[in-house]
Design a binder for this molecule. Structure first.
Ligand SMILES: C[S@@+](CC[C@H](N)C(=O)[O-])C[C@H]1O[C@@H](n2cnc3c(N)ncnc32)[C@H](O)[C@@H]1O
Length: 197
């Protein structure tokens, strides 16, 4: 589900970039990406996360994808000419990824899965296009944060079948992932680094 204007303001600002930089540094400590890695980012928004992944982890290529063409257009103007040598931007639905099985060494999800109505299908797609032994890096939010009595009036999210900590962890395990590291605030969300068996 695409963002409304309020959430676009929340994610497209310098504070969000600082937050993502800290998250990526923590992720790198848990498990760095190798220099030959092919990386996918789902729900990349304006591309700030992909830029930081490139700067901090230096993989060979990043496919930065988003459902919303407006976000991809923003990413194409946000990224520099040089960055676009390593970051390729595409419109794609995380629930129907246009890639073959085992196409990527690493996949990043910064707050996209909780926007997908069929997030379980998207998680299965992520598992499908990730290589065996590949790494999933994620930041996800729980409905206590984005669907509480205030935020449900301000933000636009799917309302059915939302995941909290336990559902999410169960779905990750049944999609073949195991945690290498996590930081979780149960009323907010989770940062995780996982390996696909
Ligand atoms: C909360 S924003 C996060 C943007 C960026 N990753 C960040 O952290 O700043 C969620 C993003 O997911 C995208 N999105 C929503 N549903 C999606 C889907 N089914 N497939 C891919 N991207 C989706 C939205 O368009 C939006 O750009």
């Amino acid at each position: 589900m695409k963002l409304n204007w309020i959430e676009r303001l929340v994610v497209n600002n310098p504070l969000r970039v600082m937050e993502q930089k800290l998250q990526i540094r923590w992720m790198k400590k848990v498990c760095p990406v190798s220099p030959e890695a092919r990386v996918l980012e789902i729900g990349c928004g304006r591309g700030a996360g992909s830029r930081l992944i490139l700067q901090e982890m230096q993989p060979s290529t990043i496919h930065a994808t988003d459902l919303d063409f407006k976000m991809i257009r923003l990413a194409r103007s946000y990224l520099t000419h040089n960055e676009k040598d390593g970051i390729f931007t595409y419109v794609a639905d995380a629930a129907v990824l246009p890639y073959g099985d085992g196409s990527f060494d690493a996949i990043f999800d910064f707050g996209a899965l909780h926007h997908v109505p069929d997030w379980r299908k998207a998680l299965m797609e992520v598992a499908r296009v990730l290589k065996k032994g590949g790494t999933l890096y994620l930041e996800e939010l729980y409905p206590t944060l984005y669907q509480n009595f205030i935020t449900k009036h301000l933000l636009l999210h799917p309302t059915q079948d939302r995941f909290h900590s336990e559902d999410f962890r169960k779905a990750l395990t049944s999609s073949g992932f195991s945690f290498q590291g996590s930081l979780e605030w149960k009323a907010v969300g989770i940062l995780g680094v996982l390996t696909k068996a």
